[in-house]
Design a protein around this ligand. Structure first.
Ligand code: B1M
Length: 212
């Protein structure tokens, strides 16, 4: 409990060295990677988000925290997915954060969880134009287009991704997954996307259900 609170505080404050040491300690105490992520790293980010809303924190602090969280996520990655065994790919996905949106931590988590579920992932990065999602899906014959958005202004880009998929004739071949803090089931229904999930683990479970 206290250890997770310390992980959250170090994330929020952007203290990378301290954070990585705390994550190590938590792992060695047997706390699961999933709990470290949700009760520590994401909790810290949410606290920082609240400080930002209240003008107690600013963009530089968010950038520092994001850098920290990326480093800690890399450290957790082998513990988030089971690494062993022979792997057979069950399908493929292209993933990106939508146009105008630079937030990529949630997208990167979804990527890790999809890959850990034996799905081949083409990472298009952040600030991805709707056309780029469609091109990538066609080029790599993707079963899934996964879109992430963190801003209420950029979430509308997802609507365009769905429209373009229809216009380009691939709509019935791809499952369009949407997620990110401002996204909801009702928004997913409204734009006629296929799947909304609230977090990275449920995104991977839903993708596996679709593909198997
Ligand atoms: Co920004 N930012 N930010 N930010 N930022 C938010 C999102 C905000 C909520 C903060 C706040 O005001 N409280 C707010 C958005 C308000 C809104 O639109 N309603 C905001 C703002 C306003 C901005 C700027 C406009 C600030 C400015 O410049 N004035 C600016 C916009 C830049 C741009 O994108 N064009 C900006 C910039 C930034 C940084 C670059 C400094 C940095 C991002 C760095 C990076 O990502 N590399 C940043 C950060 C760090 C945040 C907060 C603090 C943390 C985001 C985060 O990484 N969370 C955030 C506040 C908050 O979230 N509470 C905030 C952790 C991450 C794991 O969560 O991405 O939600 P998340 O992913 C979750 C789920 O959403 C889900 O799974 C994950 C959990 O497992 N999920 C999916 C995500 N994608 C999915 C896809 C799926 C399924 C699930 O299927 C495909």
């Amino acid at each position: 409990e206290d250890l997770l609170a310390a992980v959250a505080a170090a994330t929020k404050r952007g203290q990378q060295k301290k954070l990585l040491a705390l994550v190590d300690k938590a792992l060695s105490r047997g706390i699961s990677a999933q709990d470290i992520l949700s009760g520590g790293l994401i909790k810290g980010m949410n606290d920082l988000g609240e400080d930002f809303s209240a003008s107690r924190a600013f963009v530089p602090e968010m950038l520092m925290a994001a850098r920290c969280m990326s480093a800690a996520t890399a450290q957790l990655k082998p513990h988030l997915v089971d690494g062993g065994g022979v792997r057979r790919t069950i399908g493929s996905a292209c993933i990106g954060t939508v146009r105008g949106d630079m937030h990529d931590i949630g997208k990167n988590l979804v990527k890790i969880m999809l890959e850990g579920s034996n799905i081949e992932v083409y990472d298009l990065g952040a600030d991805v134009a709707p056309e780029t999602f469609i091109q990538a899906a066609r080029e790599h014959h993707c079963d899934i287009i996964a879109c992430s958005a963190l801003l209420t202004t950029t979430m509308q880009q997802m609507r365009r991704v769905v429209e373009l998929a229809r216009e380009s004739g691939i709509r019935d071949r791809v499952c369009i997954m949407v997620g990110g803090a401002p996204i909801s089931q009702s928004f997913c229904d409204e734009i006629h996307a296929d799947l909304y999930t609230p977090d990275a683990a449920s995104a991977a479970r839903a993708a596996v259900d679709r593909l198997t």
